[in-house]
Design a binder for this molecule. Structure first.
Ligand code: SAH
Length: 343
């Protein structure tokens, strides 16, 4: 693999420095920067640069190095699933969803994942490597360019554990927040973790108002440890106190994700246990009917069981929503498409 430097891994200041070192005036760096954040990642198509400059730059740099390997568009709701091929041949996936408030992308943060959650399609394939800032940027930029619309929301809930690639993820969020890049407000970004306690505490002190989701999926250690290996490292109580500390520092509400798995974690009794623990905390619970993955023996809770669970939690004064399922005809959920592609 050729070892060219990636323009998207560089800040504007670094671009300026690299371009002036090559003998170009600083405004060229500004032009390239504008192209990059407009989603034009093909250096040869940056039409206001002289041809020989484009050729020279393309000989020295890449921009993302990511190609759309496959694109699926849901006939039901217009959700789009993108499979991207990275420069080393690895495959990741991202999802574009249209809401009344704008376009939201769900991005991958790693090639694979080492967290090992039993119900998750990505975990079953193991961890290959972390994504770079440029590969995170390339996902959102390529999708924005492909649809020709502004992306208003970014959620880091695709393949991988964002807090296992912490510094890259923080740098990425700060980068897309800048006015001269994508100008996406921190409040329109969400990061989701399976519960890496020290990183939750570190994140609380970053001073950026990004939304935090925590994947809970169980009301206590016994149930949580059955499906989530991370629960053996940090107990339910440790996780909950880190979340309370996060709220104390940031005054921000946490969203708890709870995948509803039939006869595993979806009884009213479990809703009671969870309700007692979360009562009075600044939170919101999002119930997700689990996506059944071929070869993994979990099935979705029935509508009735989800409603009972929801009502029980609400009895404790907790805000609860049930996640709308988008893109069910294109395997939009949770690493399913990549899994199909590479197994
Ligand atoms: N590693 C992070 C983010 C990626 S997963 C995390 O764990 O939060 C995004 C969400 O999808 C998590 O809540 C995860 O537990 C959930 N998820 C994974 N597989 C799922 C499945 N088969 N059905 C429903 N939700 C699933």
């Amino acid at each position: 693999m050729e070892n060219k430097k990636d323009l998207l891994d560089m800040t504007f200041e670094e671009l300026k420095e690299a371009f002036t070192t090559l003998g170009y005036p600083a405004y060229r760096a500004k032009q390239v920067h504008q192209w990059l954040y407009s989603g034009q990642l093909d250096i040869n198509n940056m039409s206001n640069l002289p041809k020989e400059m484009r050729e020279r730059i393309a000989g020295k740099f890449i921009a993302g190095g990511v190609k759309i390997a496959e694109k699926l568009i849901s006939k039901i709701d217009g959700t789009r699933k993108y499979l991207f091929e990275l420069k080393d041949g690895n495959i990741i996936e991202s999802v574009l969803m249209k809401y009344h408030y704008g376009y939201s992308v769900c991005l991958s943060t790693q090639v694979g994942c080492r967290m090992g959650c039993a119900f998750c399609a990505s975990a079953s394939l193991g961890m290959i490597r972390n994504l770079t800032v440029s590969e995170l940027l390339a996902q959102v930029l390529t999708i924005g360019h492909d649809i020709g619309e502004r992306i208003s929301h970014v959620v880091l809930m695709g393949i991988g554990e964002p807090f296992d690639n912490y510094n890259t993820v923080m740098e990425f969020m700060r980068r897309i927040n800048r006015e001269d890049t994508l100008n996406i407000s921190f409040r329109k970004m969400t990061v989701s973790t399976c519960g890496i306690v020290p990183r939750i505490l570190e994140f609380a002190r970053e001073g950026i108002p990004v939304n935090l989701s925590v994947s809970l999926h169980a009301p206590n250690d016994e149930i949580r440890q059955r499906t989530m290996p991370v629960a053996k490292r940090w107990s339910f109580d440790e996780l909950l106190s880190a979340c309370k500390e996060y709220t104390r520092i940031t005054s921000r509400r946490i969203t708890y994700e709870y995948s509803m798995i039939e006869n595993e974690n979806d009884s009213v009794e479990f809703a009671e246990i969870l309700g007692k623990k979360l009562k009075g905390t600044l939170c919101h619970v999002n119930l997700i009917p689990v996506n059944t993955i071929e070869g993994i023996g979990f099935s979705k809770s029935s509508r009735a069981r989800i409603e009972d669970f929801k009502r029980t939690l609400e009895g404790y004064g907790i805000a609860v929503t049930v996640r709308r399922e988008l893109g069910s005809d294109i395997m939009a959920a949770c690493g399913q498409l990549r899994r199909n592609k590479i197994t």
